[in-house]
Design a protein around this ligand. Structure first.
Ligand SMILES: *Cc1c(COP(=O)(O)O)cnc(C)c1O
Length: 230
C-alpha cells in the first residue's frame, strides 16, 4: 500500500510542478511518519524516502536511534524549549520556530554541541487562533532578531494552512506566504535565506506547489489515516 501511495504522491507532485511552470522543478517530499511504526517507515525508506517528518521529540529520537543513519529527520511540530537539547544534533531542519526564546535556546544548544542548525520560521498566515506561528506582520521582526544568533540559520518559512474540504480555499494563504518570502528576500538580511517554503499537506499539497512550495509534508497520503489520540 505504501508503495502505491508514494507512487501516486510523487506523480501528483510532478504534475503540479509542470502545471505551475515554475522556474525550479525541485520539490522535496517529506514523509510525515508521526504515530506510525518503524516497519511502515522502512517500507517508505525502501521506496527511496530519506526525508521524514515527526512532531514529537521523543518519537523522533526513538526512530532516529533505530533507523538507518542516512535519513534526514525534520522536526515539524511545536517544540518546547526544554526539549531542544535532545534533537539539535539529529535533525536536518526545524520547521517550527515561532519565538525568539525558542531560537535562543536552539542557538545555545547548537553552540554547546558545536553543530549548525537550520530552521524555518513558522507563520500563522491565516491567523487561526488554534495554530502556533507568528503573524505575517511579525515575521520580519522575528527574523531580524534571530538572524544574528550563532549556530542557527534561517532557511525559509513554513505554514500549516487551515483544514479545509476544498484545497482551493488555501491557495490565497500559500500565495501570501510566498509573497512574504519574496518581500523578506528583498531586504537582504545577513545570515537569512528564503530558499525553503514548507507548505502543503495531504489535502492541499498540489495547490501549495502551484503557489511555490519547495517542500511538502505528506502523512496520510503516504501512510494512511492516523489513529488518535496522538
Ligand atoms: C501531521 C502533519 C502533517 C501531515 O498531515 P497529513 O494531512 O497527514 O498529510 C504536515 N505538517 C505538520 C506540521 C503536521 O503536524
Amino acid at each position: 500500500m505504501i508503495k502505491e501511495n508514494l507512487d501516486l504522491v510523487r506523480e501528483r507532485i510532478q504534475e503540479a510542478v509542470k502545471k505551475a511552470k515554475r522556474a525550479s522543478d525541485k520539490v522535496l517530499l517529506i514523509a510525515v511518519s508521526k504515530t506510525k511504526p518503524v516497519s511502515m517507515l522502512m517500507e517508505a525508506y525502501d521506496q527511496g524516502c530519506r526525508d521524514f517528518g515527526e512532531n514529537k521529540v521523543q518519537e523522533l529520537v526513538n526512530k532516529y536511534e533505530t533507523m538507518p543513519k542516512d535519513i534526514r529527520w525534520h522536526m515539524i511540530g511545536h517544540l518546547q524549549r526544554n526539549k531542544v537539547k535532545y534533537i539539535v544534533d539529529k535533525v536536518v531542519l526545524i520547521h517550527s520556530v515561532d519565538s525568539l526564546k525558542l531560537a535562543e535556546e536552539i542557538s545555545r544548544e547548537a553552540v554547546k554541541k558545536q553543530v549548525q542548525v537550520s530552521i524555518l520560521i513558522e507563520v500563522n498566515i491565516a491567523g487561526e487562533d488554534s495554530k502556533f506561528g507568528v503573524s505575517g506582520k511579525e515575521t520580519e521582526q522575528l527574523i531580524r532578531q534571530v538572524a544574528p544568533l550563532p549556530g542557527i540559520h534561517i532557511e525559509g518559512l513554513m505554514t500549516i494552512a487551515p483544514y479545509v474540504e476544498n484545497p482551493e480555499e488555501n491557495r490565497q494563504y500559500f500565495a501570501q506566504l510566498k509573497q512574504l518570502s519574496v518581500d523578506i528576500t528583498r531586504k537582504n538580511i545577513d545570515n537569512v535565506n528564503m530558499n525553503v517554503l514548507s507548505m502543503g499537506m495531504t489535502g492541499d499539497y498540489t495547490v501549495a506547489i502551484e503557489e511555490g512550495a519547495t517542500c511538502v509534508r505528506v502523512g496520510t497520503g503516504i501512510f494512511g489515516e492516523r489513529q488518535y489520540p496522538v
